[in-house]
Design a protein around this ligand. Structure first.
Ligand SMILES: NC(=O)c1ccc[n+]([C@@H]2O[C@H](COP(=O)([O-])OP(=O)(O)OC[C@H]3O[C@@H](n4cnc5c(N)ncnc54)[C@H](OP(=O)(O)O)[C@@H]3O)[C@@H](O)[C@H]2O)c1
Length: 271
């Protein structure tokens, strides 16, 4: 694994905290040069300092993937700074909540622009560079991409769209660029993680109780494996794998669980 990443240039969107930062630290420790990204300059600088303190070669790009200009700038600056691009990890994404009937078009706009169009646009600008290196594009998705999660339809839809995109890209770019789709399960969140509300504003994400959470470092290791082994798809966590199997052989069990989770949502957030 270490040998593979030595000398590689990896661009990770949304790497100022969370899974993105853990992946930057891991791949940087293996000898990759890292292009870091996020919207908040202070948070990004802190991550930059953390990587630099570990001797990792990195370059930070303050940019918002909800605009196509910034998606282009992320790729252009990475290539200008490091001279090439081997791996793009489309990690930046936001969580969202809201019933369909109460979710403002502004909230839908934000979730689709960041989670879906941000990935599509950054990948578009990166593909010519990745082709030169026979590189990889990784798409960080979620268990929520496999079903329509009530109370979180915006998030589900934004990630489910990426499945279609990744499956098509895997065929179109076959032999030229590897595309790996990572269905992440419940993972320990950073304290400052936020969630988009149905009115288009943000609030602190509630703590997850009674769930066994994956660590961000474990998720980073699995992402590294997907790149090295050029895997097309991976589903993380026991719960994620169980959902995957049940959807194939006993989908009604999953739908019963989703109904139950919506009841909990209703109790938490009165209509
Ligand atoms: N945590 C989980 O349980 C879980 C489960 C399934 C899937 N995932 C997926 O894993 C990925 C990372 O999740 P996480 O939990 O690590 O999230 P997180 O802690 O909220 O971190 C998100 C990162 O993305 C950046 N970001 C957000 N919007 C951005 C934008 N428009 N442009 C550029 N950067 C942006 C954030 O920095 P700024 O705010 O400064 O921009 C931050 O660095 C996401 O795609 C998420 O959907 C997570």
């Amino acid at each position: 694994m270490k040998e593979f990443f030595k000398g590689k240039v990896v661009c990770i969107t949304g790497s100022s905290q969370g899974i993105g930062k853990a992946t930057a630290l891991l791949l940087g420790s293996y000898g990759a040069s890292i292009a870091l990204n996020g919207r908040n300059p202070e948070k990004l600088q802190k991550a930059h300092d953390e990587l630099t303190a570990q001797g990792i070669d990195c370059h930070s790009i303050v940019a918002d993937i909800s605009t196509k200009e910034d998606c282009k700038r992320i790729v252009d600056e990475t290539v200008q700074h490091f001279g090439k691009l081997d791996v793009l990890i489309n990690n930046a994404g936001i969580a969202s909540r809201g019933r369909i009937s109460e979710s403002d078009p502004e909230a839908w706009d934000q979730i689709m622009q960041i989670n879906t169009m941000g990935v599509i646009n950054t990948t578009y600008f990166a593909l010519p560079h990745l082709e030169k290196q026979n590189g990889s594009v990784i798409i960080i998705s979620s268990m929520a991409a496999k079903v329509g999660v009530p109370g979180h339809a915006g998030y589900s839809a934004s990630k489910m769209a990426l499945t279609a995109y990744a499956k098509a890209l895997q065929i179109e770019a076959h032999n030229k660029v590897h595309c790996g789709l990572v269905y992440v399960g419940f993972t320990a969140n950073e304290n400052q993680k936020q969630i988009l509300k149905p009115d288009g504003t943000y609030e602190a994400i509630p703590q997850r109780k009674g769930l066994k959470l994956a660590s961000r470092e474990d998720v980073a290791k699995r992402i590294a494996r997907v790149i090295v082994d050029r895997k097309k798809e991976i589903t993380l966590t026991v719960l994620g794998k169980l959902q995957h199997i049940l959807l194939k052989f006993a989908p009604s069990v999953v739908y019963a669980m989703l109904k139950k989770s919506y009841k909990t949502y209703d109790d938490m957030y009165d209509a």
